[in-house]
Design a protein around this ligand. Structure first.
Ligand SMILES: [Cu+2]
Length: 185
């Protein structure tokens, strides 16, 4: 077993990383776990951060469980939603009023759907990338969905994160933050 800890500070956040390479049986590919802690060092102290590995090859089965994106008191919760390609988003409306979910990918309108109070519907983003979510009725509402071709990402909501079963290789860890409504890497 090999352990390495590294500290990175960039863009108002500090990340402490600890990698663990698992010992594997002969003939099996080695895989590792990356454990990290993210600390917001300046600006808005809310987390709103997603971390992911860049440079991953291969294909991975997406989870069958949808990721919930709720609307509560005219706010999308959570604000940043990471998921794997092939996985669905469950748009929920917990408000006693009507919303209108409007999803864009690269400025293309993907879905534009009125949503009655206390309802939900599932939608699977067709490709990887960044999706912008707006509500046509309440201009102050905004969220983003990040779709990855692999499962090696984490939603950093409680400062600590863990990415499991990483295949052997060299990758770049990228942190995406929502800085005043704009996504920054
Ligand atoms: Cu709305």
């Amino acid at each position: 077993m090999k352990r390495q800890t590294k500290f990175i500070t960039v863009l108002g956040i500090a990340i402490a990383l600890s990698g663990l390479l698992a010992a594997t049986a002969i003939g099996e590919a080695a895989s590792g776990t990356l454990v990290g802690k993210l600390i917001v060092t300046k600006g808005d102290k809310s987390q709103n951060t997603v971390v992911y590995l860049k440079g991953v090859k291969g294909t991975y089965e997406p989870p069958q469980v949808p990721v919930v994106l709720d609307q509560q008191r005219k706010v999308f919760v959570p604000h940043l939603v990471p998921l794997q390609k092939g996985q669905a988003v469950r748009f929920k409306n917990s408000d006693p009023l009507t919303h209108n979910v409007h999803v864009y990918w690269e400025r293309l309108s993907m879905i534009n759907q009125s949503q009655p109070p206390n309802s939900s519907f599932d939608w699977t983003p067709p490709r990887a990338g960044e999706y912008l979510i707006l509500c046509n009725i309440h201009p102050e509402m905004m969220a983003a969905i990040l779709v990855f071709n692999h499962p090696f990402f984490a939603d950093v909501r409680s400062s600590e994160f863990k990415i499991d079963n990483i295949p052997e290789g060299t990758y770049t860890l990228v942190a995406v933050r929502d800085v005043a409504g704009e996504l920054k890497e």
